[in-house]
Design a protein around this ligand. Structure first.
Ligand SMILES: NC(=O)c1ccc[n+]([C@@H]2O[C@H](COP(=O)([O-])OP(=O)(O)OC[C@H]3O[C@@H](n4cnc5c(N)ncnc54)[C@H](OP(=O)(O)O)[C@@H]3O)[C@@H](O)[C@H]2O)c1
Length: 273
């Protein structure tokens, strides 16, 4: 047996039954590897919040866009295909409103027969354009717009109504430091049955999410290119941490070469956040 069942109500009962009936049972065989196969389930069942995987593609000089905000495409075709597989695997996909404004993405899964993740946009002040790809496709692809829970302005209230009739689900969330409180948002998403979220940034949202300590995994794609430019965006923006000891820490889980790119997977270690 590799993994223990995280459900305390049943954990160990099967093993005890087998042993009582004369079956020799060895436990914790390749435990880490077995647990890793069930990352999402184990996390969700014990925490009731989604397993959060943050993905970004960057250049060798750590940029996720050029100085003019262009990010198509940093990595090669096969890396991008891999991201599509992640979109198929995770139940939700999250982005900050600036990414929507800059790239007008669809955030759908383009694998044939694949499943679209639920799109979750963090948009405190409801800045999303009604003509954006996200809103235009909301009738067909489940879309949750997380906005602040104290919107009183008449024009914004009207916009919220229009968004609703366009198929957008509105999630009114408490704010923290003037933005959506992400810990609270994840709690709400967990209650809605969303067990896993793929975060596709950008850097401002990534910084806030890392600060919640609720990021479980990083998938970092590195392309053999350099963009330069002082103002070109990096994977983690915001205010960052002030001291080296305050760094967010993850443990290297795997490395893979995908054509000319490198994929590094890191996982959060308990006590490492
Ligand atoms: N290469 C890649 O992998 C990749 C992936 C994604 C994006 N990008 C690039 O990243 C750039 C956009 O990144 P960005 O850093 O400017 O913006 P961003 O992270 O996409 O969005 C930031 C915005 O999200 C809203 N937000 C809501 N709640 C928040 C919270 N708790 N913490 C932080 N933000 C919150 C804020 O506006 P409000 O408070 O007004 O809502 C904030 O200004 C684009 O150029 C895009 O192309 C690259």
């Amino acid at each position: 047996v590799g993994s223990d069942d995280p459900n305390e109500l049943v954990s160990g009962k099967g093993i005890a039954y087998l042993r009582e009936n004369g079956v020799e049972v060895e436990t914790q065989m390749l435990k880490a590897e077995c647990d890793a196969l069930n990352d999402i389930f184990f996390h969700y069942i014990t925490s009731k919040t989604p397993y959060v995987m943050m993905k970004y593609a960057m250049t060798l000089d750590g940029k996720i866009a050029t100085v003019t905000g262009k990010s198509k495409w940093i990595t090669g075709e096969h890396s991008r295909q891999r991201v599509q597989e992640s979109r198929n695997k995770y139940m939700g996909i999250m982005a900050g409103i600036n990414t929507v404004l800059a790239d007008d993405p669809q955030l759908t899964c383009r694998i044939e027969g694949g499943r679209n993740p639920v799109r979750i946009i963090c948009d405190t002040n409801c800045r999303i354009p009604l003509e954006s790809n996200i809103v235009r496709t909301a009738e067909n692809v489940r879309t949750i717009l997380a906005v602040r829970n104290d919107i009183k302005e008449k024009s914004l209230q009207n916009k919220l109504k229009t968004l609703k009739t366009s198929g957008v689900e509105l999630l009114e969330v408490e704010t923290k430091d003037g933005h959506i409180d992400l810990a609270n948002l994840l709690h709400h998403l967990g209650e809605m049955g969303i067990d896993s979220v793929l975060v596709e940034g950008g850097g401002t949202l990534n910084d806030s999410l890392l600060k919640t300590g609720l990021v479980n995994e990083l998938n970092v794609y590195i392309a053999p290119k350099l963009f330069g430019g002082e103002s070109a965006k990096t994977p983690v923006e915001g205010s960052g941490v002030k001291e080296v000891d305050d760094a967010h820490r993850f443990k290297l889980y795997s490395t893979e070469i995908i054509d000319e790119d490198i994929l590094l997977v890191y996982k959060r270690q308990k006590g490492c956040e």
